[in-house]
Design a binder for this molecule. Structure first.
Ligand code: BG6
Length: 264
């Protein structure tokens, strides 16, 4: 048996993936809301078809409607190797898109989001698999894989600033960055004595987010102290990397998460 997991039709949102022998790999807030109209704080929210306030800067709800929608479950089964596979679909009229989402839970976690333009005009959209990862102490983790990447700093005091990553990423204050990167990111967590690797395909943006103390205290569905227990390493295509699809065209974003003891 590979372990345990849980997914909700609401947002097609995976909230638990616990491979045997490890503490849960996904962070879920103890204050998460499970109700219509709310996004679930934790797990893997699907950000679609816009990120934040979108390309125009005035879109609501934040991060798009997909994480607030009830997705249709189209398949669930265990494959020959014992991995659990779940598939969901969601269609929207504005913009005209269909999203197919496949989750494979096993010793590794695979999530695959395919978006198809079902209309008769080109569509430009943003997307992200907003993975909340559980860590022992965010102030002690190191994120490798982003050295040299350019990023947009969304937490800079004077507003948005572009910068270049030097070395590993560590969390010593609020971090909210959109990296231009297709690379895998490894989270080295000495407190839980494990590493989590997030690798991806079809993604030109990596978003790293930790709200730190002040923002955590301001979030109603997040414990004041929970910022220490999580980091989001999100894989997507946002802002300049938004995806354009002509009618009938599809795009697939895929994320693979694997975990192992620190020495692996
Ligand atoms: C991240 C954004 O992806 O999501 C942050 O970069 C944002 O700016 C965070 O604060 C959480 O967003 P929300 O809408 O779930 O509170």
């Amino acid at each position: 048996m590979w372990g345990t997991g849980a997914i909700y039709d609401h947002g097609a949102q995976l909230v638990e993936w616990t491979p045997a022998g490890h503490p849960g790999v996904l962070f879920l807030s103890r204050h998460a809301r499970f109700e219509p109209g709310s996004a679930i704080r934790g797990g893997v929210p699907i950000v679609l078809p816009w990120f934040g306030a979108g390309l125009s800067g005035d879109r609501t709800p934040a991060h798009g409607f997909a994480r607030l929608s009830t997705w249709q479950l189209v398949a669930e089964h265990a494959d020959a190797g014992g991995d659990a596979e779940v598939a969901y679909t969601l269609s929207s009229d504005e913009p005209r898109l269909r999203a197919d989402y496949r989750v494979i839970l096993g010793r590794d976690l695979r999530v695959r989001l395919t978006v198809e333009n079902t209309g008769d005009e080109s569509v430009r959209f943003e997307e992200a698999l907003h993975t909340y990862l559980a860590v022992g102490d965010a102030t002690r983790i190191n994120l490798t894989g982003l050295d040299g990447a350019e990023y947009l700093d969304q937490a800079a005091p004077g507003g948005l600033v572009r910068a270049r990553q030097q070395g590993d990423v560590s969390i010593t204050s609020e971090v909210d960055r959109i990296y231009d990167s297709t690379a895998a990111v490894t989270i080295v967590d000495p407190s839980l004595q494990r590493t989590i690797e997030v690798s991806k395909r079809g993604s030109a943006s990596t978003i790293v987010w930790n709200p730190w103390r002040e923002k955590a205290a301001a979030l109603a569905d997040f414990g004041d102290d929970e910022w220490r227990r999580m980091v989001c390493v999100e894989s997507g295509n946002v802002r300049d990397a938004a995806v354009t699809l002509v009618p009938g065209q599809r795009h697939t974003l895929e994320v693979l998460i694997s975990v192992c003891a620190t020495v692996c």
